[in-house]
Every structure is written in structure tokens, then in C-alpha cells.
Design a protein. Sequence first.
Lengths: 112, 112
Amino acid sequence: GAGVSQSPSNKVTEKGKDVELRCDPISGHTALYWYRQSLGQGLEFLIYFQGNSAPDKSGLPSDRFSAERTGGSVSTLTIQRTQQEDSAVYLCASSSKNYGYTFGSGTRLTVV
Amino acid sequence: GQSLEQPSEVTAVEGAIVQINCTYQTSGFYGLSWYQQHDGGAPTFLSYNALDGLEETGRFSSFLSRSDSYGYLLLQELQMKDSASYFCAVRSLNTGGFKTIFGAGTRLFVKA
């Protein structure tokens, strides 16, 4: 596609439920990042995929968080047993170079 | 570990010049990027410096000094639409591969 697509754009879920966030990167982009941004805060690194290499999961805050990237394209971030502190905007970015990431519009997650 | 420091807020007048500084600590430094984010929007890529010196793109310039672990974003002829948050981001290469870490962001207020 023309840009990075994320879905859903907004998600309200009850505490304790699982959620799946989807990212469809720009076609041909080998690098894909997930970041989390709380209101008025910076971007917190979560996980990084590069081609067929093992992902860098060092930013995942707990074992409730997991992500996969199928076929080197679409990625899904899963949060199990959601907590209120998981509420944030989850941003996905992709790139074909070492820099200059293109971000999606994000998924605003609200855990009530 | 990795860390970046940038001022939390900067205020400037329309038409003026403003400089947003960024200092970083990391091993395996590869390059420094700058991103702009308007309220409610996704970050957009502005510039990337891998080598020392100044890179100019229109009204925006970015500078890097690798020996000082320091860079800055220079915005000239400020316009009201430049009011946004600006993030520096360090790309580094370590045993786990490449990773890009963002600073907490500098909120720029442009006054008439």
C-alpha cells in the first residue's frame, strides 16, 4: 500500500481481555518496528523485525506482550490479560533503509 | 544502556530561528534522526545524520558531532505550523542487531 496501515484505529477493551493490533507495512519494507506512546510522552520501543532475522523483543514490557510478523509483511501485536497501564497509542513503523521510518496512524488502546 | 536527552519545551516567535539540542549515550552508534509529530498525528521523518556536519533540507537543518555525542535540529523562518513535538532518535548496532531509540521529545510552541 501507499502507507503503513494500522487497525483498528481505536480499541476499547475491558481489563483482563486479550487484544490484537495489526500493522500492514509498506510493500517491500523489510524493517518493522512497534512503539508505544502514552499521552504527551515519547516513543517507547517495543519490538523490531528485520527481514528473516530473529526479532529484537528487548522492549516488550512483560510476557503478556507478544508480536509476530507473517511472511515478512503483516505484523500483529498481541496483549494478553490487558491492564489499565497498557492504555496508550501503539505505533507501527516500517522502512526499507537504515533510517527514515514511515509511521502508521497508530491504534489508540483504552483499557477500562 | 542507551539514553537520549532533549529539552522538554521550547518557545519561539514566528519568523525566528530555533535550535533543539539532543545528547545521547549509546554503544554502536550508527546515526541520529529527527522526527516531527503534530498533536494527534503520527511522527514524520525529517532528517538523518550518520556523519559529522550539517545536513540542510529547506528550512530545517540537522547537525551531528559524533565525538561529542550531540546533535541539533535547526528550524529557520519559523511558521505557526511548526508548532509540534520534535523527537531525536538514535540508531545503533549491537549484538542484537540494529535498534532505534527515541528521545522523550521537545514540544515547540511558535508564537505570533
